[in-house]
Write a protein that binds this ligand. Structure first.
Ligand code: C2E
Ligand code: MG
Ligand code: MG
Ligand code: MG
Length: 283
């Protein structure tokens, strides 16, 4: 029997090896040590109000620096961490680190702002999420209103009734939610209007050619107007040029995020950015 099960597990292993690419297996293994060996860091990208030019918040973006493999994009390793279940620990680390970072910035005299954290699908559906968020906020002693959780449109619209219940729960705990990559999923407006979110993040694919592509112009204008009618704020992602910013300002887009203002920054760079920021610059 021992022999048999040995053979079976060997066969299972080789089948799995074939099913997954070598790169995925390497990353999945490397991920196991990433937290312990402090290979993760968070970057912070400023979010600026189009109206006042004030810095209103920052999105946290996870970075994985592996000693041999180099810098690995979250777009590549987050799906792997979701499949392997490692996302729970990684996601909890991101939440804790972001909340602690904002707390220490406020203690250091930086103006309070919103810190936005990306949630993966698996993390969002996990029943322990609302309690995890509340206990981290309590432990670190940061008011819930400073935390924003970003959920992509496709994750929110997959099982929308369940998503509404989770959003309601988080909303009741004082945490803000936003819909990331808006426009790339398939929103049912019937559900969208029930989402307890406070802002829609217009996907950067619509922003890229906004000054030349009449369809992108029409889509972005429609999203902003629909969002406002439903009581949501809007932020444009991936704004790289003054021309894009001008168009978005005229359309009444509430906030801007993108290389035009700043790339994602490490903690030192970000606090320097905040201290140097002139609200009326570029208005
Ligand atoms: P996202 O949440 O939509 O983040 C926006 C992405 O656009 C980021 O890529 C950011 O660096 C990039 N970006 C910002 N401004 C500009 C710009 O002006 N031009 C261009 N071309 N790109 C810009 P990044 O950091 O590689 O992250 C990719 C995705 O990985 C994120 O998309 C998010 O879905 C995911 N992600 C990042 N951090 C986390 C995390 O902590 N947890 C989870 N679950 N997902 C994360
Ligand atoms: Mg995001
Ligand atoms: Mg996005
Ligand atoms: Mg994205």
């Amino acid at each position: 029997r021992a022999k048999n099960s040995g053979r079976n597990s060997y066969r299972y292993y080789t089948e799995e090896m074939q099913a997954k690419s070598a790169r995925i297996l390497i990353l999945e293994n490397a991920l196991r040590r990433a937290l312990d060996q402090q290979q993760f860091v968070l970057n912070y990208q400023p979010q600026i109000s189009t109206d006042t030019g004030k810095l209103v918040g920052a999105e946290t973006l996870l970075r994985w620096h592996h000693p041999e493999l180099g810098l690995i994009s979250p777009a590549e390793f987050i799906p792997i961490a979701e499949d392997s279940g490692q996302i729970y620990q990684i996601g909890a680390w991101v939440l804790r680190t972001a909340i602690q970072q904002l707390k220490s910035w406020i203690e250091a005299g930086l103006p309070p702002m919103i810190i936005a954290v990306n949630l993966s699908a698996v993390q969002f559906r996990h029943t322990g999420l609302p309690d995890l968020v509340t206990s981290l906020l309590n432990e670190i002693d940061l008011p819930a209103q400073y935390l924003e959780l970003e959920l992509t449109e496709s994750v929110a619209m997959d099982e929308p009734l369940e998503a509404i219940a989770i959003m309601d729960n988080l909303h009741n705990r004082g945490v803000r939610m936003s819909i990331d990559d808006f426009g790339t999923g398939y929103s049912s407006l019937n559900y969208l209007k029930k989402f307890k979110v406070y802002k829609l993040k217009i996907d950067q694919s619509f922003i890229r050619d906004i000054n030349t592509d009449p369809e992108d112009k029409a889509i972005v204008t429609a999203i902003i107007s629909m969002a406002h009618s439903l009581g949501f704020q809007t932020i444009a992602e991936g704004v790289e040029t003054a021309e894009q910013l001008d168009f978005l300002r005229i359309q009444g887009c509430d906030e801007i995020q993108g290389y035009h203002y700043s790339k994602p920054l490490n903690t030192e760079q970000f606090s320097a950015f905040v201290r140097d920021w002139q609200p009326l610059k570029d208005k």
